[in-house]
Design a protein around this ligand. Sequence first.
Ligand code: SD4
Length: 325
Amino acid sequence: MKRRNFLKNAGMAGVALSTTPSLISQSALNNLKMLKPSPVAVATWNFQNATKMAGTMLYSGASALDAVEKGVMIEESNLKNTTVGNGGAPDRDGNVTLDACIMSPEGNAGSVVYLKEIEHPVSVARKVMEETPHVMLAGEGALQFAIQQGFKKKNLLTEESEKAWKEWLKDKEYKPIINIENHDTIGMLCIDENGDMAGACTTSGLGYKMNGRVGDSPIIGAGLYLDNEVGGAVATGMGEAIMKSLGSFLVVELMRQGKSPQEACEEAVMRTVNKDPNYKDFQIAFVAMNKAGEIGSYCIHKGFTYAKYYEGESTNNPSSSYLNE
Ligand code: SD4
């Protein structure tokens, strides 16, 4: 079945979904396995340079795994992005500490947390996945491993981020501004020519966090989860809230049960809204994509967008939100 036709059918199935979820789910899953879809790259926020890089690679025959890695590396090197990689805001003691993870179509995963002085933590996470018997390496051990693997140390605290940190030190007020400060983590999901999916997530975490703090982004199931049979999800926003619900895993499991990516993202956000009386004070957002390339996204506060590259077209797409003011 051609992808376009399938997507049309999938859309129609979506209408029936609300009445007979498990039946639709099973047949949809069977259909998904037979698909040879066109490649798609999708990412949190308006990171179109990253989705374009990944998408162009996918349309040239690259694997989903190579595409997500190279795609998010664009933001790790983007000095204007103060929440990822080089130029990321430091913690309150001036350390730039990076978190990242990656998942392959085979269900393998690699992750690094509290990694200093390495520009591309996602690539170190991939090495953890491919070259060690482990899933996660932290701090000094992660740095030692990166150096053994040939990564070069680099000062990631730019003049600008040092200046901003010193400014922050004057008041030491910890008040993240929703949708602006602290929310530029990139999470990306790709489908390649073979219909295989991979995902990655990379961040410097919340600016001026406590020394040692690790967020959701490198936690498999929180900042990223992927099951090549079903689909994947990535998260951005207040990591503490996302970790408490293991949000990305939740989204994928809801899709497995027959929810569309949109329905699954909505239910995951509502889990936090219903449990946390302070939900108005922070942002969380999910982007999900299933095996058919259907995409969904939902967040608490208005203002979140996701980037997509599909058949030569690069777009930035507004996400629906729980609160609309
Ligand atoms: C964290 N989720 O460390 C990350 C922050 C984030 O854009 O999304 N920044 O909690």
